[in-house]
Write a protein that binds this ligand. Structure first.
Ligand SMILES: Nc1nc2c(c(=O)[nH]1)N[C@H]1C(S)=C(S)[C@@H](COP(=O)(O)OP(=O)(O)OC[C@H]3O[C@@H](n4cnc5c(=O)[nH]c(N)nc54)[C@H](O)[C@@H]3O)O[C@H]1N2
Ligand SMILES: Nc1nc2c(c(=O)[nH]1)N[C@H]1C(S)=C(S)[C@@H](COP(=O)(O)OP(=O)(O)OC[C@H]3O[C@@H](n4cnc5c(=O)[nH]c(N)nc54)[C@H](O)[C@@H]3O)O[C@H]1N2
Ligand SMILES: [Mo]
Length: 770
């Protein structure tokens, strides 16, 4: 057995110990491209941002639910004993349930939490809430809700498509041209939900390049594709990809180069889409000239691209970012339709892709792996919202909303319970969220760190970090299974989420607010090791069906790591359907790819993909006032907001602010020099940032990473974030009534040199303790 192992969403590491203390993490020996975010893990394990003790907001401790809710986020906290805190949480859960019902508890609790199958925070919360009697939960993701909801109507469930995603090996062997809508930024491939044994994305891309594959990056930023790939850049206006795809389709059809056989055999409804494409239904042919004005691309360039697409085996990759915009369902639908016209779906190296580069696993040959997860049971309350509708729900209890063809109502939420996520970083229009949050009587948060969400809670329960617990790490798209080892004692009085919920179950049952058996039902009468063994044994059993023979549990612990053998052949999405559409039909109503969907039409919406201009974009009227399109992309130096307090993340700041990047022309016309402090603003709010002048950014676009810890200027202007969290600017609007997903990337802003003296950044200072 080697040195102990730990795992994170960005990599596996060996831990070096000195006098029983972890002193250094070294990259996993099999990883050819380890992520430098490694250093943040040890750097932040101790320090002022760690929460050492249970905490209660000062006025909440005094006045309970009568405390001034507007003080959340700025008030001092009082350290209390675990006994006091757990008793308080149990009493509140019981009271809210008795007075308002289980649906009044919102525990959608979105977030990435940490790697590790057992100590996965959301799973622990779900298991607890379901046994307690249920709660309102959330559906779909912030990552690609629009795709998750539209794809089952068109081709099949997104998760299933990603399980069999066409791999780089297949593209290298049989492809020719990769067209990347939204690029394939390598910074994002540092991650895999659950862990990464080998960072292989770059290898895959370079092997394809070496095999002669050509790359085209269609997006607002030229550096979204690795330099080595030598990609051509088509600097499209943000949010106009559907218009470009329609024009490409129009040109292919006009030149009679579409694959009629594929359309007839594998697709449904091309004839219903064609009149729209050719302009027979609305008088507007979706020609290259038409799209040129919308997309800011030359018509000749569009025509050339369409010819390159039919003359080469072409792979069309859609970045997940395409979904996070108003009408974000449409680019995904149109991507599939364009691939149908080319006829390559289900063949090696061609067809469409959903997120090569978005995380490490997409594009590998490793298919789905059967690792067991903590059993969570069913939610008896059976109430949900589409995940990003949280502010709407809190502001409009009882109001109706549309989702996937049905009408639902928002429950009346009285208590919010969050573990393993940071809505005060991740949600759009944070200023709106901050106000909506005041409609809730009690907020409970489990966190290792003083994030903005922890600071906006009434009761904060401090949790351990991965280095402080034993676990089993495995990602469904990675070759490795890792025995994560506890290498440090919990910081202060921090506890594991599992132990906290077990204690709350105990308090509930002791107070007569829950069944006698609730604690033992929750723990399953197993300790940490018992659970790890159970999850391992279940994985071992499932693995057999996939041909993986795993050793005994104790032997696995001794080994510390297992690597599954290499997959046999390159993966090709929808290969079986292609081989025999009758024998292996899709799960869509027609069993075929739905270019026209009667189901979507039954929602009173167009039954085929359409171009709809978003409310905020460079071609719209609001661009007169706010002339820059803000793209809030994933951060290079961290996972979302995680460990933003680390030296590694802070090294990316300029004057302690999260930088933004803009084109030299846009900087010049505003008299902005490189590294100047600037103010980004629109009608929803403002944040301070430092400008980086970058010719790789399309004119009219500003790029800013998400995840800087939200730091409102309470004294002067609470709608201003001093540190540079861009979600004070983004729009909190559903993609459409299909998925009601987040549309963060449809947002206009203006930038100006900062006129006043910059307020001090306080994001990484803990709140005052009373
Ligand atoms: N404007 C804009 N906003 C976006 C996006 C965008 O593109 N633009 N992207 C969106 C996307 S795709 C996503 S996925 C979301 C991500 O949003 P989140 O997943 O909410 O972001 P994280 O920063 O990963 O939050 C995880 C939190 O869990 C805590 N944590 C870690 N381990 C544990 C644990 O063991 N127990 C407990 N209790 N807590 C733990 C961490 O400290 C951290 O605060 O952001 C979304 N927001
Ligand atoms: N290092 C790091 N990696 C991560 C994460 C992280 O926090 N840190 N988060 C992970 C998560 S949860 C997710 S969901 C994935 C997200 O993966 P993606 O959604 O692919 O990532 P983003 O960085 O948001 O966006 C990628 C690029 O899309 C382009 N883009 C934006 N809008 C448009 C548009 O309208 N049209 C076109 N053509 N292009 C556009 C931008 O140039 C942007 O750089 O990343 C994952 N990987
Ligand atoms: Mo995501």
């Amino acid at each position: 057995m080697g040195r102990p192992l730990t795992s994170s969403h960005w990599g596996i590491y060996r831990v070096e110990l000195e006098n029983g203390q972890p002193v250094k993490l070294t990259p996993f020996e099999d990883d050819p491209a380890p992520s430098p975010i490694r250093s943040a893990i040890l750097d932040t394990r101790t320090g002022p941002c760690r929460i050492a003790q249970p905490m209660v907001r000062r006025s909440y401790l005094e006045k309970s639910v009568n405390a001034d809710r507007a003080l959340r986020g700025q008030e001092a906290f009082v350290p209390v004993s675990w006994e006091t805190a757990l008793d308080l949480v149990a009493s509140e859960l019981g009271r809210i349930r008795d007075d308002f019902g289980h649906e009044a508890i919102y525990a959608g609790s979105y977030g990435w939490a940490s790697a590790g199958r057992f100590h996965h925070a959301q799973s622990q919360l779900r298991r607890f809430m379901n046994l307690f009697g249920g709660c309102t939960t959330a559906r779909d993701s912030y990552s690609y809700a629009a795709a998750e909801v539209i794809l089952p109507h068109i081709v099949g469930p997104m998760a299933k498509l990603i399980e069999t995603h066409t791999s780089w090996r297949s593209i290298a062997e049989a492809g020719g041209l990769v067209i990347a809508f939204g690029g394939m930024a390598l910074r994002n491939s540092q991650m895999n939900a659950g862990g990464v044994g080998r960072h292989s994305q770059s290898e895959g891309m370079r092997a394809a390049k070496a095999a002669g594959i050509k790359f085209i990056n269609i997006g607002p930023c030229n550096s979204d594709v690795e330099d080595e790939l030598n990609a051509d850049w088509i600097a499209i206006r943000p949010n106009t990809d559907v218009a470009l795809m329609l024009a490409l389709a129009h040109t292919v059809v006009s030149e009679d180069r579409h694959d009629r056989e594929f359309l007839a055999q594998y697709c449904q409804g091309f004839e219903k889409f064609l009149p729209y494409l050719m302009g027979e239904t609305d008088g507007q042919p979706k020609s290259a000239e038409w799209a040129a004005h919308i997309c800011g691309i030359k018509a000749t360039e569009i025509i050339q691209l369409s010819r390159a697409m039919v003359e080469n085996p072409t792979f069309l990759n859609g970045s997940w970012s395409l979904t996070r915009q108003e009408n974000g369902e449409q680019p995904i639908w149109m991507l599939v339709v364009l691939a149908c016209l080319l006829g390559g779906i289900g063949k090696p190296g061609t067809g469409f892709g959903l997120g090569l580069g978005a995380v490490n696993g997409v594009g590998s040959d490793r298919g789905y792996l059967p690792w067991a997860a903590l059993p969570t049971g069913k939610n008896p309350a059976n109430r949900f919202i589409p995940v990003s509708r949280i502010s709407d729900m809190l502001i409009n209890p009882g109001a109706s909303f549309r989702y996937d063809g049905k009408i639902y109502t928002y429950p009346d939420i009285r208590l919010v319970y969050w573990v393993g996520g940071n809505p005060f970083h991740h949600h759009q229009d944070i200023n709106r969220l901050r106000r909506a949050w005041q409609n809730v009587e009690t907020v409970v948060v489990h966190e290792p760190f003083w994030t903005a969400t922890a600071r906006h809670a009434d009761i904060v329960l401090p949790t351990t970090v991965a280095l402080e617990r034993n676990d089993l790490a495995a990602s469904t798209r990675d070759d490795y299974l890792i025995a994560m080892q506890k290498v440090a004692e919990p910081f202060g009085e921090a506890r594991n989420d599992h132990d906290i919920f077990a204690e709350i179950a105990f308090h509930l049952s002791r107070k007569g607010l829950g069944r006698k058996s609730l604690p033992s039902e929750f723990t399953g009468e197993l300790d940490e090791k018992g659970w790890l063994k159970k999850l391992y044994e279940e994985s071992r059993e499932r693995g057999k069906h996939y041909g993986h023979i795993l050793p005994e549990f104790e032997d696995f612990l001794e080994l510390g790591t297992l690597r599954l053998g290499p997959p046999r052949k390159p993966r090709v999405m929808l290969e079986k359907f292609r081989a025999d559409p009758l024998d292996a039909p899709l799960s869509t109503p027609s069993g075929r790819i739905e270019i026209f969907s009667a189901k979507i039409e039954s929602f009173n919406l167009p039954g085929h993909p359409v171009w709809r201009a978003p409310t905020e974009w460079l071609g719209g009227s609001l661009a007169g006032k706010y002339p820059l399109h803000l793209i809030t992309h994933q951060p290079d130096r961290r996972l979302h907001s995680q460990l933003d307090q680390s030296t590694h993340s802070r090294a990316g700041k300029i004057h302690a602010r999260e930088p933004c990047r803009l084109n030299p022309n846009d900087a010049k016309s505003r008299n902005i020099q490189n590294k100047d402090l600037v103010r980004l603003y629109n009608k929803r709010g403002a944040c301070i940032s430092a400008a980086l002048i970058d010719e790789n950014v399309r004119p009219g676009v500003v790029m800013m990473a998400t995840g800087a810890w939200y730091d409102p200027d309470w004294e002067n202007d609470p709608d201003l974030c001093k540190h540079g969290n861009p979600n004070v600017l983004t729009r909190d609007h559903p993609t459409s009534e299909i998925a009601a997903g987040p549309s963060a990337l449809s947002c206009l802003v203006e930038i100006a040199l900062l006129a006043d003296e910059a307020p001090r950044v306080t994001a990484h200072e803990p709140p005052p303790l009373a």
